[in-house]
Design a protein around this ligand. Sequence first.
Ligand code: FE2
Ligand code: FE2
Length: 177
Amino acid sequence: MRHVTLTELFTHPIADKFLSRSGKAHAIAVAFHAFHFAKKNNVCVDLATKAALLHDIGHYTWYRNGKWDFELYKKYDIHAIKGAERAHKLLIRCGEHPASAKEIALAVLLHTDSYLPDGELQLSSLQKVVALADKADEEPKGNHHYRKINQERALQSIKRLDEMVEEELENQIKKSV
Ligand SMILES: [Fe+2]
Ligand SMILES: [Fe+2]
C-alpha cells in the first residue's frame, strides 16, 4: 500500500507550478522510462517513478532579455539541489513515508552531475535508474523542457502509470511470498 500516489503528487498546486516550468511532458516521459528501467533492474517502481516525476521540480527560469540564457543556466544552476528540497517538502506534505521521501529526494539530488565538481559518484540502483530515465528523454539544447502535453492527457498518463505501479508492486509481493 503506497502512502501517496503519482496522481496526488502531480495534481498538487506546488507540483503543478514547478512542473509547468520544467515541462510536464518531460516529467511524465521520464517517469515512464523510470518504471521500465526499475522493473528491469529490480528497483522499487514506486520510488523510481516518484523521483523521476519530480526530478526537475527545482528548475529556475534563466531568462535574459526575454530569452532562455544557457550561459547563465550552466554557470549558476542548482536545480537538483533545489529540486531535492522541494520534492521532499511536497512528499511529506502529501503524506509520504519519511524514509521514502528521503530516498526520493536523494535520487532527485543525484539525477545529474552537471552542477557538481568533476569526480566519480557511487550511485545506488535507484539513483542510477532515475538518471538513466532522464537521459533517455533528453533532447539537444534542453528542448525536452519545452515539449507540451495537454492537462487531460497528462493526467490520463499519470493515472495509467499509477495503475502500472500498483500492479507491479502486487506482483513483487506475490513473487516474494
Ligand atoms: Fe535535470
Ligand atoms: Fe530532466
